[in-house]
Design a protein around this ligand. Structure first.
Ligand code: SAH
Length: 394
């Protein structure tokens, strides 16, 4: 195993078990490890620090795996981590849910591996060269534990390029998923197109938040912005919303949302699905004098990095200002940010600005977070990305 020597004074984050080591913290690499190889990290005095995946093509040159020198990072190590992650999801899966994230990368001690369960199929994303090398073992363990109909590689994320990996979309084991895989979330039916959908076909990170928002939807006139295939829309309808207007710019998302309404036997006359840019549509609704009791804003990631936070904050502010203006007095705004760079305090500040600009009073009545299948590892705060606020707006 190749030794990688840390620069003097760069030990702190490693000791705190942060799983990333940037290339700038490396003094020397004693040998020529291939990308994805497991290496040993030593400090400048030669003391053992950790084992990790090596990759000289990535800014994160080492993804640390294990801090105990006496533990072997062999096939069994990977099998155990996979099993640990899978067993920790047993609380979620059951009569009302057969879809969730089974493995969430660093948070589940497998940096660069994402596995989502869609009923009897699994969708895998491989984002690091190290996981790519271990994939046969990981697939074998997933098959042993879950015996799925098929395992599909959905590694089309742009982050693969940072690790020098090609884009992949192929069957890894078993059958190719049927064009539409039927799944159940919060006792609601969805048809997921694993091969074509955005991300891995479904945003399962909003499962709990959809349920919580829907608790406030009974008898309400709801506006679901950035609806995608209807996660919030369908939960609100299930919980007795009077009407739901859903807006998304993707034609496929809106078409799928309409089929989901049918699939669940909801009354189509209570729903309006609009394919449009949300900002445009919000302005239009305002001009038409429309008002809603509950407005949901679940936009895509506006701040992909810290450096874009200021610009993104302005976009979040404008969006939320428009959302507030469409609420009747005392109405509720359920607003989200999935930008890791935007923490909850900054998000509250953005909403305070939006309220000022809109001339509204806002109370924060609930704080949303990511669900238990998207754990946040204490030593890896970067894994926390999804947050939201339920606001009462006067
Ligand atoms: N709320 C959804 C997930 C939203 S993901 C759920 O519960 O499943 C973000 C969505 O925003 C995507 O569906 C994308 O098509 C849509 N989107 C991105 N930019 C948009 C824009 N400017 N106007 C409308 N929709 C947009």
């Amino acid at each position: 195993m190749v030794d990688v020597i840390l620069k003097k004074g760069k030990e702190k984050a490693v000791l705190q078990r942060h799983p990333w080591l940037f290339s700038g913290a490396i003094e020397t690499v004693k040998g020529k490890p291939a990308n994805g190889d497991i290496v040993r990290l030593l400090n400048d005095k030669g003391d053992f620090m950790a084992y990790g995946f090596y990759n000289d093509q990535s800014r994160v040159a080492l993804r640390l795996l294990e801090w105990d020198q006496n533990v072997a990072i062999d096939e069994d190590w990977f099998r155990k981590k996979v099993a640990l992650a899978v067993s920790s999801r047993s609380n979620i899966l059951g009569d009302k849910n057969d879809t969730c994230r089974l493995i969430f990368s660093e948070a589940d001690y497998l940096p660069g591996l994402i596995v989502d369960k869609y009923a009897d199929y699994l969708a895998v994303q491989v984002l690091t060269a190290g996981i790519e090398k271990m994939l046969p073992v990981i697939i074998d363990e997933l098959q042993r534990l879950l015996n799925p109909e098929g395992i599909f590689d959905k590694s089309d994320a742009s982050s693969r390029a940072h690790e020098g990996l090609q884009t992949i979309n192929k069957v890894l084991a078993g059958k190719h998923p049927t064009e539409i895989v039927k799944v159940l979330e919060n006792n609601i039916n969805y048809g997921i197109n694993i091969a074509e959908g955005q991300k891995s076909g479904f945003y399962c990170d909003q499962r709990d938040n959809r349920h919580i928002v829907a608790l406030h939807a009974k008898g309400k006139k709801v506006l679901d912005c950035f609806s995608y295939t209807g996660g919030f829309t369908l939960n609100c309808l299930q919980n007795g919303a009077e009407s739901v207007t859903s807006v998304d710019s993707s034609a496929l998302a809106i078409e799928t949302l309409r089929t989901h309404i049918q699939l669940n036997g909801f009354n189509a006359s209570q729903t309006t699905a609009i394919q449009s840019d949300v900002n445009k549509q919000l302005r239009l609704l305002r001009e038409q004098g429309e008002k809603f009791d509950l407005v949901i804003l679940d936009p895509p990631k506006y701040a992909p990095s810290r450096s874009s936070l200021n610009k993104a904050s302005r976009a979040y502010k404008d969006l939320n200002r428009m959302g507030m203006l469409l609420l009747s007095s005392g109405g509720l705004l359920a607003t989200f940010s999935c930008s890791g760079a935007m923490d909850i305090d900054t998000f509250k500040q953005v909403l305070a600005w939006a309220a000022l600009d809109a001339g509204k009073e806002v109370q924060f009545i609930y704080q949303f977070c990511q669900p238990e299948d998207h754990p946040v590892r204490a030593s890896f705060p970067e894994g926390e990305y999804l947050k939201g606020l339920l606001c009462r707006v006067y």
